[in-house]
Ligand binder design. Structure first.
Ligand SMILES: [Zn+2]
Length: 84
């Protein structure tokens, strides 16, 4: 049985689903990166900017940077969302 692994960093066009070309990326802050994408589909040619930001810690970093605060992994499986 073969696992399906998608380690590609490329992004699919949100409109037509075609793989996008990375035009440029800009590290705005240590926690915020913008990537410019262009859809490879000639009938679409959608160009857009996507943001990349850490949202959750899987393995905490072994070094510390006081300027960077990454959200820690929350304990437990079920989130405590209060629907009020
Ligand atoms: Zn497209």
């Amino acid at each position: 049985m073969s696992k399906r692994q998608n380690f590609s960093t490329s992004t699919l066009c949100p409109v037509c689903g075609t793989r996008c070309r990375t035009l440029e990326s800009d590290q705005v802050t240590p926690l915020y990166r913008e990537v410019h994408y262009q859809c490879r589909n000639d009938d679409c040619t959608f160009m857009f900017v996507a943001s990349i930001t850490p949202v959750r810690t899987i393995v905490p970093p072994k070094v510390e940077n006081p300027n960077v605060v990454i959200p820690r992994l929350s304990r437990g499986h079920h989130g405590t969302s209060h629907a009020t």
